[in-house]
Design a protein around this ligand. Structure first.
Ligand code: ADP
Ligand code: MG
Length: 295
């Protein structure tokens, strides 16, 4: 495109809150045939709330709250924020004299620490299995929550499951129409998430994406983009998190959610200032208009 066309396109984008960082990004958006979207914070609001509590036999809710808070206070994950808000709102002070040490985030699984001197973990079924915690009594309840598009988080202390919290994250109002617009443009949509398959599929059904890839580790997001490119696809990645940054950088066009992390924003070619997934479709239309002007 001519410098003038690029300037006009960039300015039109800026006016509607679509920040295009380079001429290559504006031109490249024209050839996209695949859009990969992160779930949490991109398709959903990314402000999860605890909606359900399920206790293991003989455990009371305050005990679960105490261990949950001890584990999650130090995590920066949006799920951790939801757990801390729940404890503060319903069991304030449950963890006031808890002793917690050696906090660690486990990629794609959850968190771990020593709580009151015993090993404690919070996270998904995969993490529980790898720590040898038996969650079979709670698993049917976790499945039930997942079928409602909620994320079940297990908590265990000293190798014993205490219970689980169901966390719900509302799908953004425009996610479904954004996906429908992309489909009409002939663009395939794929949702990528570290969340478990059942929850991911329930969200995908609400939104109408063509494909879902669940249970991915942060490093696998970039790998998936590369794999699609290897098959000859032109790929945009849309994400908000630290764990999306490598995939954003790898994609033909990396698109960050404006409300996302600084790392995501600086790794991207395009920033959606209104954090609206519909602006992905608008950005591609803008690119088509820009290229049409000069072809
Ligand atoms: P995503 O943000 O796409 O869901 P992550 O890799 O950040 O991907 O998380 C993957 C999964 O690990 C989550 O769905 C959750 O089950 C678990 N997890 C991550 N962080 C925490 C945490 N602080 N507390 C409990 N579980 C967590
Ligand atoms: Mg995210």
């Amino acid at each position: 495109a001519t410098p003038t066309a690029i300037m006009v396109g960039t300015e039109r984008g800026a006016k509607v809150g679509i920040l295009i960082k380079s001429a290559e990004a504006l031109e490249g958006a024209c050839d996209l045939d695949t859009v990969v979207l992160d779930k949490t914070g991109t398709i959903t609001e990314g402000k999860p709330r605890v909606t359900d509590v399920r206790l293991a036999a003989g455990v009371d809710e305050v005990e679960l709250a105490r261990v949950a808070a001890a584990l999650e206070r130090k995590s920066e994950h949006p799920l951790a924020q939801a757990v801390c808000d729940y404890v503060d709102e319903t069991h304030a002070g449950a963890d006031k004299d808890v002793d917690s040490a050696g906090f660690e985030q486990v990629a794609g699984g959850g968190v771990r620490a020593q709580v009151d001197g015993a090993p404690a973990i919070a996270g998904n079924a995969r993490l529980m299995a790898s720590a040898g915690v038996d969650v079979s009594a709670l698993a049917p309840q976790a499945d039930e929550l997942a079928a409602q598009a909620k994320t079940p988080l297990y908590f265990a202390l000293g190798g014993r499951a205490l219970g689980l919290l169901g966390v719900a994250d509302v799908v953004k109002e425009t996610s479904a129409s954004a996906v429908a617009r992309l489909r009409r443009m002939g663009v395939r949509t794929i949702m990528l998430t570290g969340d478990q398959a059942k929850t991911a599929k329930a969200v995908a059904r609400q939104v109408g994406v063509d494909e879902v890839v669940a249970g991915v580790l942060p490093s696998q997001k970039e790998q998936k983009v590369r794999e699609l490119q290897g098959q000859g696809h032109k790929v945009a990645m849309v994400g908000d998190g630290i764990n999306d940054a490598p995939a954003l950088a790898r994609a033909d066009v990396g698109i960050a959610i404006g409300a996302g992390t600084d790392v995501a924003i600086s790794s991207a070619d395009v920033v959606l200032m209104h954090s609206d997934p519909a602006d992905v479709a608008t950005a591609i239309e803008l690119s088509h208009a820009t290229m049409r002007d000069i072809r």
